[in-house]
Design a protein around this ligand. Sequence first.
Ligand code: KIV
Length: 282
Amino acid sequence: MSSLPETSPVTVPLLVSSKGKDRIAMMTAYDAPTAALLDEAGLDVLLVGDSLAMAVYGEPNTLSATMETMLRHARAVSRACRRALVVGDMPFLSYQTDPREAVANAGRFLSEAGCAAVKVEGGRRVLPAVEAILAADIPVMGHIGLTPQSVHKLGGFKVQGRASGAAEEIRQDARALADAGCFSIVLECVPEGLAAEITEQVAVPTIGIGAGPHCDGQVLVFHDVVGLTRDLRPKFVRRYADLSGTIRDAARAYAKDVRDGSFPNAQESFSDSSKPALRRIY
Ligand code: KIV
């Protein structure tokens, strides 16, 4: 039987105790209507990822996401959710410069945006910030392997941890984050064997993206899942819908109806008489 609640909110302690019992289904969400649908569909965790810079704003990487943008989207997602745990992604330079600033910024995701937790990229190198945020009782999700905010240092979006030295660094990062008190750890683009080992070794759930089937949960970017991503199609993405086609067809049909005069028709227009039923606009 599932250890996560069916209708009541998924909390951080429930998620931690689900390890070894439930597989955690997580997806990104950036706006209220989408978040409401994903929440209704039973996603356990919704991540307001800084990937919104790419998926929503069309940027080439995540580095331009700001605190203000992240908070605005995170608030929209939180307001729409009844059950899913909402995690706010801390953007580039909101936690790397100073642990005190990291705590203040992390706190804003809870107090202003209604999130239950934040996500931070990096392992031991960001431990001072992670520890400071945790000391303020703000739950932290770690994120190691391919950390997109390090795209320029890494030389692109590439699989990490293939060489034995690099794999050991990632293992040590995972242990350090779990020991510090992170409630879960995202493993992005690492070999499946390494992800399996880490999942075995740490007491908190691992959430994979391009990390194979042995993690405790999986996360994908919403736009990739529903076929709204135009150019990049990473190997690890499974596409469950083709919304690009659906939206293009709907837009073409609308434009045709406008041009040939078949939209709007009489039912879609207001008459001059003031019948009560017609006074309601929505
Ligand atoms: O920003 C994001 O969407 C992420 C996930 C891909 C894990 O960090």
